[in-house]
Design a protein around this ligand. Structure first.
Ligand SMILES: CC(=O)N[C@H](C=O)[C@@H](O)[C@H](O)[C@H](O)COP(=O)(O)O
Ligand SMILES: C=C(OP(=O)(O)O)C(=O)O
Length: 351
């Protein structure tokens, strides 16, 4: 059973592979394709692995009445929620243009299919993987159809219970081995007290054959870096060119300098996670030569004395002598030379 799989052509995730970093452009492009392209380029320049959008077929995602409901928020782009969403939605032609642009500059491109028809379109568009947004995590007919398409999946789990996520796991797994589950809390911006990074550990225990990740809506980067230290193999963060722009997500998004810092920090932490083997490393030699402690004579000890612990002190000695962890083994042995007070005890002084 894979704990790692190929999420995008040539890019494995899980196991010891580098964390896959998704720059979620979402709807922070303000409905402007030129801004969208700028954002894809920004994601690439900052070192993200993937630029992601949200594709809806609005009449399939929303009921008529949901589209007609007034949307009076300061983030609104129209009087009704439908007008607002239509302003932010790119057409199929525009999606093709954006994918071509991303391919051209060498960054993976995908979108969340926000309804079944959107998934059909993304399949046609040949995205490397499907992102399932939290709002579809409990949409089992959608999950089944999407999983059956055979592309890898990244499934977010905001607004759900553990019981639902167990069902998500079972549903997807029967058709598709290649998926990850992302811990997520769907609030914008997310208060750190509601992040619950510990859920990552629970998912790792419950679903040991699936790489686990994190989709964050908090401000700043440190919580997402911590998620990686806890083993997140995929992370997703909203990105923006300017946090003060109109839109629900900008405040919880990362500006370019923060995204670049996130990528840099994740790569550093991954390197720092290192090895499980505890040993003295070559890079510690200088410190050890200078400050490593030795067994020294607490008092002058004459040749032939039967050694006992009360004759020894532990100090930085010159030259470096027997290591303190071996001090006990000296007990009962004899010296073959006279040793002065404070002199290092060397291996060749023991009979
Ligand atoms: C749950 C979900 O879909 N969340 C998405 C991803 O995180 C968000 O980007 C929403 O699309 C966005 O917050 C909606 O904002 P408004 O309602 O102003 O269009
Ligand atoms: C809502 C989305 O993601 P998440 O649930 O991870 O925030 C999305 O991908 O559109």
């Amino acid at each position: 059973m894979p704990l790692q799989f190929e999420l995008c052509p040539g890019r494995m995730v899980g196991g010891d592979h580098p964390c896959f970093i998704i720059a979620e452009i979402g709807q922070n492009h303000q409905g402007d394709i030129e801004i969208a392209k700028k954002m894809i380029k920004m994601a690439k320049d900052c070192g993200a692995d993937c630029a992601k959008f949200q594709k809806s077929e609005l009449e399939h995602k929303f009921s008529k009445r949901a589209l007609e409901r007034p949307y009076n928020s300061k983030h609104s782009w129209g009087k009704t929620y439908g007008d607002h969403k239509r302003h932010l939605e790119f057409s199929h032609v525009q999606y093709r243009e954006l994918k071509k642009f991303a391919d051209g500059i060498g960054i993976f491109f995908t979108a969340s299919g926000m309804d079944e028809m959107a998934v059909e379109f993304l399949d046609e568009l040949d995205v490397p993987f499907f992102k399932v947004a939290s709002c579809d995590a409990n949409n089992f007919p959608y999950l089944e159809k999407t999983a059956k398409k055979g592309r890898p999946m990244v499934v977010s789990t905001g607004m759900q219970s553990m019981e639902t996520i167990r069902q998500v796991y079972k549903t997807v797994k029967q058709y598709n081995e290649n998926f990850t589950l992302l811990q997520c809390t769907s609030a914008y911006p997310l208060d750190p007290k509601d992040v619950n990074l510990k859920v990552i550990k629970e998912y790792q225990k419950e679903f040991p054959d699936v790489p686990i990740g994190y989709s964050g809506h908090e401000q700043g980067i440190c919580i997402t870096v911590a998620a990686v230290a806890m083993g997140a193999k995929v992370v997703e963060r909203h990105v923006t060119l300017d946090k003060t722009l109109r839109g629900n997500d900008h405040e919880a998004s990362l500006e370019p300098a923060e995204l670049a810092e996130l990528v840099r920090s994740i790569r550093l932490v991954e390197m720092a996670m290192g090895s499980t083997v505890k040993q003295m490393l070559p890079c510690e030699k200088n410190c050890h030569d200078k400050l490593g402690k030795s067994v020294v004579a607490k008092v002058a000890i004459s040749k032939g004395t039967v050694l006992s612990l009360d004759l020894f002190a532990v100090k930085v000695g010159e030259p470096r002598g027997i290591s303190p962890e071996n001090m006990q083994q000296l007990v009962g042995k004899k010296l073959n030379v006279d040793v002065e007070e404070d002199e290092s005890i060397l291996a060749n002084m023991i009979e």
